[in-house]
Structure formats: structure tokens, C-alpha cells
Design a protein around this ligand. Structure first.
Ligand SMILES: NC(=O)c1ccc[n+]([C@@H]2O[C@H](COP(=O)([O-])OP(=O)(O)OC[C@H]3O[C@@H](n4cnc5c(N)ncnc54)[C@H](OP(=O)(O)O)[C@@H]3O)[C@@H](O)[C@H]2O)c1
Length: 339
């Protein structure tokens, strides 16, 4: 690995989100260092970084323009860290950052779920960990090639450390909206992510899964349960899709020809796109089910209620390694007790 040169941004977890967001900043001249695994680092060192998007964007960074590390090097003083590992790797990654970086270094968690920033802050007590939210989808299309398949602006909890970054993120085409309270935004995203386990268990591309009313009824039921838990907790989830969160379950339950018409925008997805949880199941990796459905279960429980469908979904995804069989819509409906 090369000697460290000065960096502005450190990406902790060079995968889909880390490479896309870090690469977008690097293409605007921000000095970015990437910490990742050999599989990704080797690809970046050979091919460089290619960033494409659904709007026809195509940015390229040569291998020599990239600073790549297989651990957090001592002596780096990044002005900002982007924490972009999956939920199961948060604690270990945060502890590694804590051991290597100067106190109060801002760490922006660009992870799904609700509690990653909290877990990271506990594992990295000397650092300034802030929650963030990535609204768009990024897929790795080939070695070093990351593609943004949907649109949206990044969001984070307001903090003086992030103020100067807003213009830089805008310039890089990422956006960065700062919110006094990010929780409603995180829950707005989590509601949409409840489709990840449905999609993973279906074994189908997202579009095909969403065009099956049975799977949509499962998703609607999971959302209803989450919306009820949110109401108990007095959290109003932010609207991140074309329709307000409260209206999503009834739209999902529409007969398919009507749904196709009403949700035309939602169905503008690459024909082969799948949720990354589907890839996790296929590759035998740990999933983020606990950070999604598990979070709904905990929210309900915290208010003396229950969320049995989300709890069942956690069980089904966790049982996958023992019984790796995709489920038809009918099978998933009966497993969730939906008539
Ligand atoms: N991809 C998307 O479209 C998308 C969109 C919005 C939000 N998100 C969220 O963003 C987060 C990251 O997702 P992702 O899809 O970018 O994940 P990813 O592609 O798996 O990238 C994370 C990378 O970090 C590596 N890593 C883990 N611990 C590390 C450590 N201690 N040091 C160095 N590298 C480490 C992982 O390696 P291992 O595989 O060995 O752990 C993996 O290569 C998740 O919370 C996800 O839900 C993703």
C-alpha cells in the first residue's frame, strides 16, 4: 500500500456507496482515500473507478488518482469520514477509526437503518459520528464500475462540521440536505427498504417482484405494521417517494394493471435490478435484516406493542442459510399469515 498523502475525505468501506460517493467527490478534486477489502481495492488499482448513472453521467478516475488502503492508516487527518460498511460491520469499522483518527473527526454514517450512527458512536467515543441517509441505489456493474440507478439527494443530521461540505456535495452531484432531526428521514427510507427482504426471498428482479400483487400485499402489510409503530412513537416518516408514506400500502394493494399505471415512476427500474439483500443471500453473506425489520420490531416493543409480521420476516431471512429456497408470493403470504 502507498504512503499516505494528505486527504480531505476518508471512505471507510469501499463498496457500492463508498466508491460512488467518494468517487463523485474525488472527481471534483476532493482528495479521497478509500479503505476497503482486497477484492475491491485490486479492481480499483487495475481498472480505476468508473461512475455512471441513469442520467447518462460517466466519470472516470485513473488508478493513479486513487489512494487505496486495506486498513485505516495512522497519521491521516481527514476533514470528513464516510462510514459506508454494511450494518453488521459497523462496530468493528468504527472501533478501527477510533483507534487511528484524531479526536472529534466527523464521521458521517451513510448507512441504511436507524441505529448505525448510534452503534458507531458507542464504538468510536472520541469521534463525532453523525447519521446520514442515501436515497439512491448504487450497483457494482463490473470491477471498479459503480452505477447509480435512481435519483435523490443525500441527507444528514445538521452539524457545524458538515456545513462547509454542503456546497462540495452539491458540486459533486450528490446533494447534502441537513436536518435538525434525521430520524423522520431515516424512517422514510426504512419504510421503502422493507421491500428488500421481500425481494430477496422472492428471488426475482425488483420489477418482476413489484408487478406481483401477492408480494406487494406482503410489503404493504409490513409497511402498515411499521406505520402503526411509528404512530405510537409519534414519528412522522418523511416522504421520499412520489406518494406520502401513509398512502403507500393502499397503492401497493391495487390490482396490478392499476398499480402499473399509478406507480409508473416506481417501476422505472432496470429489468435485472435486485435488492442488495438478494445478493447477500445468494452469496451467503450476513444481511441487514435486523437493521430493517428488526428495527420495526424494537420500535413497536418500545411502545408496548408488537410487530409480528416484521418479526416473522427476520426469522425467514435468518433461516435462509439452513433452507435456501425462494418463496412464491403465495408461500410468503401464508408464512406471514396474510389471507
Ligand atoms: N448499495 C446501495 O444501493 C445502497 C443505497 C443506500 C444505502 N445503502 C446502505 O449503505 C451501506 C453500505 O452498503 P453498500 O451496498 O455500499 O455495501 P458494500 O457494497 O458491501 O460495501 C461495503 C464494503 O465495506 C467493506 N468493509 C466492511 N468492513 C470493513 C472494514 N473494517 N474495513 C474495510 N472495509 C470494510 C465490505 O467488505 P465485506 O463484504 O468483507 O464486509 C464491503 O466491501 C449499507 O448500510 C446499505 O444498506 C446502500
Amino acid at each position: 500500500m502507498p504512503e499516505a498523502t494528505p486527504v480531505d475525505v476518508l471512505v471507510m468501506g469501499a463498496g457500492s456507496v463508498g466508491c460512488y460517493v467518494g468517487g463523485s467527490l474525488a472527481s471534483e478534486g476532493v482528495r479521497v482515500a478509500f479503505v476497503g477489502r482486497p477484492r475491491v481495492l485490486d479492481a480499483l488499482a487495475r481498472h480505476g473507478l468508473v461512475l455512471t448513472d441513469l442520467d447518462g453521467g460517466d466519470r472516470r478516475l485513473r488508478p493513479t488518482a486513487l489512494q487505496l488502503f486495506d486498513h485505516v492508516p495512522e497519521g491521516l487527518h481527514p476533514a470528513l469520514v464516510l462510514l459506508t460498511v454494511k450494518s453488521g460491520a459497523t462496530v468493528e469499522a468504527a472501533a478501527e477509526l477510533d483507534a487511528a483518527l484524531p479526536p472529534r473527526t466527523p464521521v458521517l454514517s451513510l448507512q441504511n437503518g436507524i441505529s448505525n450512527a448510534h452503534h458507531a458512536a458507542r464504538a468510536a467515543p472520541t469521534l463525532n459520528v453523525l447519521p446520514g441517509m442515501v436515497p439512491f441505489n448504487v450497483a457494482e456493474l463490473g470491477p471498479g464500475h459503480f452505477h447509480r440507478g435512481t435519483r435523490g439527494r443525500l441527507a444528514a443530521r445538521q452539524d457545524p462540521a458538515l456545513r462547509t461540505w454542503v456546497a462540495v456535495f452539491d458540486q459533486a452531484g450528490l446533494g447534502l440536505d441537513l436536518h435538525p432531526d434525521l430520524l423522520p428521514v431515516q424512517w422514510g427510507k426504512l419504510l421503502l427498504n422493507l421491500n428488500n427482504p421481500v425481494n430477496a426471498l422472492s428471488g426475482l428482479p425488483l420489477r418482476e417482484e413489484l408487478l406481483d400483487r401477492g408480494y406487494r400485499r406482503c410489503l404493504a402489510a409490513l409497511m402498515d405494521e411499521a406505520l402503526e409503530a411509528l404512530e405510537w412513537a409519534r414519528i412522522r416518516p418523511a416522504q421520499l417517494a412520489a406518494v406520502p408514506p401513509r398512502r403507500m400500502p393502499s397503492i401497493l394493494r391495487l390490482p396490478t394493471p392499476l398499480f402499473r399505471w399509478v406507480a409508473a415512476r416506481m417501476l422505472r427500474i432496470d429489468a435485472q435490478a435486485r435488492s442488495s439483500m438478494a445478493d447477500d443471500l445468494a452469496l451467503g453473506r450476513r444481511t441487514e435484516i435486523d437493521a430493517l425489520c428488526g428495527e420495526v420490531v424494537r420500535l413497536a416493543r418500545g411502545n408496548g406493542a408488537r410487530a409480528p409480521l416484521n418479526a416473522r420476516m427476520v426469522e425467514l431471512v435468518e433461516a435462509w442459510p439452513r433452507k435456501p429456497e425462494h418463496m412464491s408470493a403465495q408461500a410468503l403470504m401464508s408464512a406471514l399469515g396474510i389471507q
